[in-house]
Write a protein that binds this ligand. Sequence first.
Ligand code: C2E
Ligand code: MG
Ligand code: MG
Length: 574
Amino acid sequence: MRTLALAFESQAAIMVTDAQQVILRVNAAFSRLTGYSADEAIGRTPRLLNSGRQSSSFYRDLWASLGADGRWEGEVWNRRRSGEIFPEWLTISAVGHATGAVTHYVATFADISQLKQAQEEAVRLASCDALTGLPNRRLLLERLAGAMADASRHGQYGAALMFDLDRFQTINDACGNEMGDRLLKAAAERAARWAGAGRMLARLGGDKFVLLLEDLGATSEEAGRRAEEAAESLRQHLAAAYGMEGGGSLLCTASIGLILFHQQSKGSEPLLKQLDMALIRAKEAGRNSIRFFDEAMRREMDQRAQLESGLRRALADNELRLFVQPQVDPARRLIGAECLLRWQPPGGAMILPGEFIPLAEETGLIVPIGEWVLDQACACLSRWATSPVMGRLDLSVNVSVRQFRQPDFVQKVEAALARHGADPHRLKLELTESLLLDNVEEVVGKMQDLIKLGVRFSLDDFGTGYASLAYLKRYPFEQLKVDRSFISDLGSDRGDAAIVGAILAMGHALRLNVVAEGVEEGGQLSFLVEHGCRYFQGYLFGRPMSFSAFEELAPLEHSGRFPAVSPSVSSSAG
Ligand code: C2E
Ligand code: MG
Ligand code: MG
């Protein structure tokens, strides 16, 4: 009995009732936990502790499982004598359940408030940004959805404001990550102080933050005005210099994108995308400025979305076309051709690459598109190989930066060549200067691997980027193409003439072939020939045209000069 009595005074609260749930006995832990002394509890039922938090169906289930198994276990919220509600882990056993005649119930329970708090802290940590302690993207999306629902319930406008620090990356690179982190923290603190406790300020990542402004008014005019005032005040706050340890100070302004939300607003993810767009526009406006998301941006985003889905379809439904444009020597003899991509949507006008290649780059669609182009080009080379005229021609393919950066680019080219049994020596890949700006070793390595196969390289649009003589020396190019912007003004612009002359001289010194792009007039051709240019491409010799048109025209070259393309072909070539 002594042992039993000792066990009864354990750390867990214990309560014994009869079959009618009348409390017969409680231990000291019970009194400590609930605040009820034994005298107060005995003779009452456990409803004494009822918090009202559990529904009647909860108790129905509890009794059902007690009746079936003689035991129940789970989490329950109860009320202390003081009125405070607390969570407990409760185990109830029915004494005599096995024999079919329940005589008592024994309930033991422990306070799990601390465990609960720890759990909540874990959830809080998961929704907080470690550096600034601000809510993170996840929590922001949740709150934003709530704020949008509130706005529509109360007929009020709200606004979301996105800001980032101007040239943060530069500061981070120049002064180090530690300094960057300190600046981020200081800016976050400043914005949080400005926002006050009631407003949601979240860090999306990097130097990008979002602030929610609610209850701005019932009309878009009022809300817009108030949101803009708030944004302007925040902008000024953020633009003040940051004092740095050791006495110096740092200037770092912020750009702000703004958007209102109300009844008809879509979900929180689309809203953030639109905010992004407004922020980009604020940056483009010269930084340290504010831009509202507006109709024009909405239209632009819609168009982009349409273009993107159209482009995915284009690839799947075979709407892409590959054209070729002839390249000739000074005697106008055909020496090769460049592949140029077109998009022909069903029933629509042909779309030029300038309109869709940038988006394809951004979305990564350029990778499968580029593979398709390579495949078409290799198929064409193997078709030409059997013809005495066509078999001599080089075929150039434009390769975008993102495509070239794919780790398996070399293998992809090799595979395309092998698939069609095409001669690698006839394939020329055109790269642009933007590829040359970093990762020199990697780029050169890939080029060398392909050169070993026989493939050759041409540097496209030379003169428009940053490529310099020093750059050129580091890369194994065989050819460079003078951008057509220099050629078009050859007759009228003395500066352009000087540049083209210099490029030609330099190209020869470096033993590179120089191709002049966009030659449209005889005068341009004479100037180029005079200055030693030996390869030409332009409307003067032929517009981009379908392969079949090209294959019909090319043999004519055999009998003389490559003809300036007949009007019927040039007008259909876009
Ligand atoms: P690019 O590689 O510099 O191609 C030359 C561009 O100049 C072509 O424009 C061509 O139609 C145009 N052109 C040629 N001769 C003349 C001329 O005498 N006068 C004028 N005004 N224009 C001339 P296009 O076909 O619109 O292609 C534009 C750019 O799109 C290309 O510039 C290239 O950078 C890119 N591109 C085309 N096809 C592909 C492709 O398959 N893959 C990738 N990644 N980019 C491509
Ligand atoms: Mg090109
Ligand atoms: Mg070019």
